[in-house]
Design a protein around this ligand. Structure first.
Ligand code: SF4
Ligand code: SF4
Length: 96
């Protein structure tokens, strides 16, 4: 299996908001029946989403940079991401 990519310079780490996999499926994915997300998007809320077939994709020799597992987020201004960031900072301060 290929390891995750390094974080792209100036990219922000993925916070599992799920936003990108709701915009359009990557080359390994496909829409769900209502075309609201990729069928392989696991989890039920921002901060907990994950690609259910990531391990399978990383074993595929055609996987190189897309989806860019590990390379960070190219949608840093999306609202799902902002809400996830906010929730995380609240829970960090709650536990401090
Ligand atoms: S939009 Fe960004 S933070 Fe959300 S899942 Fe995609 S890469 Fe991660
Ligand atoms: S990364 Fe996984 S969940 Fe996201 S679009 Fe691709 S196959 Fe679907």
């Amino acid at each position: 299996m290929i390891d995750d990519l390094p974080l792209y310079p100036s990219a922000r780490p993925c916070v599992r908001s799920g936003f990108c996999c709701k915009q359009a499926p990557c080359g390994f994915g496909e829409w769900n029946a209502s075309e609201t997300a990729c069928v392989h998007l696991a989890g039920d809320r921002p901060g907990q989403y994950a690609c259910a077939i990531a391990d399978r994709i990383k074993l595929d020799p055609t996987w190189v940079v897309s989806p860019a597992f590990g390379a960070g987020c190219c949608s840093p201004r999306n609202l799902d991401r902002s809400r996830t960031d906010e929730r995380r900072s609240h829970s960090d301060s709650d536990s401090a």
